[in-house]
Design a protein around this ligand. Structure first.
Ligand code: FE2
Ligand code: FE2
Length: 271
């Protein structure tokens, strides 16, 4: 079997509509599609469906990524126990795929209704397993912790116990996956601080990309709130969470000044 397959080799049937990360980010810039899943908003059902579809394709790729990491490296490169953890993660992610499909049906959504970008799998294609742990298990599954915590609250607010409990089960698993990432990143780089530093830098780049221009933060109105307590359970330090919050606040401020500049220009034209 081939090792280190590219994202273009991922098997999908015709229901799926693939876009690349660049297109995904362009769409996001144009439409701000992350959007707030506010239980009081009129279009909360649409927003929640879009969010759930994004989670669903993320689950498929998390399954594929963990499977590749279990397979792509020999025990001369990674501890055998790390491979076992990745196999355990595959089991969890396969369950999350099933939960997500049923949840999509429950919410009136449909498979392939929204596009699939392969960003998560791209982060799982790094040649160094430690970078995969940092980029996928810590950055992207850390994001899953934030998203599931929030969607669980949406389920509570909507009085929808199916949504609430599905999110709760998946959240518990994601905390375990991030914890695995924290553990193996620390242990594998114990005697190679430079490699650890570079992997954490990669994690920061992925986190920066997924701040969605400041939409993920700690302010009450942040579309995605950082789940600090669950992140700490999963091996994040307060400093690391502060760092993500700071990145986010910075991009929010940039976005705000861009908005003000655009308003100013529009007023100047009107005058
Ligand atoms: Fe998952
Ligand atoms: Fe996961």
């Amino acid at each position: 079997m081939r090792k280190n397959i590219p994202p273009s080799s991922l098997a999908r049937d015709r229901r799926f509509n693939r876009i690349d990360t660049e297109q995904r980010m362009r769409d996001f810039r144009d439409t701000m599609v992350v959007g707030n899943v506010d239980p009081d908003a009129e279009d909360v059902a649409d927003r929640a469906r879009r969010r759930m579809h994004g989670i669903f394709v993320g689950e498929i790729q998390a399954l594929e990524g963990a499977g590749r990491t279990a397979f792509d490296f020999g025990t001369d490169e990674v501890p055998y126990e790390l491979k076992l953890d990745m196999a355990r993660q595959c089991w969890d992610e396969a369950r999350h795929c099933e939960i997500s499909v049923k949840l999509a049906e429950h919410m009136g959504g449909e498979l392939g209704e929204y596009a699939e970008a392969t960003t998560l799998f791209e982060a799982a294609c790094h040649a160094d397993p430690v970078f995969r742990l940092a980029g996928v298990n810590r950055a992207l599954e850390g994001l899953a912790i934030d998203v599931f915590t929030q969607m669980r609250e949406v389920g509570q607010a909507l009085g929808d116990p199916i949504l609430e409990y599905c999110e709760d089960y998946m959240l518990a698993d994601e905390v375990t996956h991030v914890k695995m990432g924290s553990r193996w990143l620390r242990e594998v780089t114990e005697n190679d601080k430079e490699r650890r530093k570079e992997a954490l830098e990669f994690q920061r780049i992925v986190d920066g990309l997924f701040n969605f221009r400041g939409q993920r933060g700690e302010e009450a109105d942040s579309p995605i709130r950082l789940a600090r307590e669950f992140r700490k359970m999963a091996g994040f330090s307060d400093g690391e969470v502060d760092d993500i919050a700071e990145m986010s606040a910075k991009s929010r401020a940039e976005l705000e000044s861009e908005r003000m500049a655009a308003e100013f220009r529009a007023e100047a034209v009107a005058d």
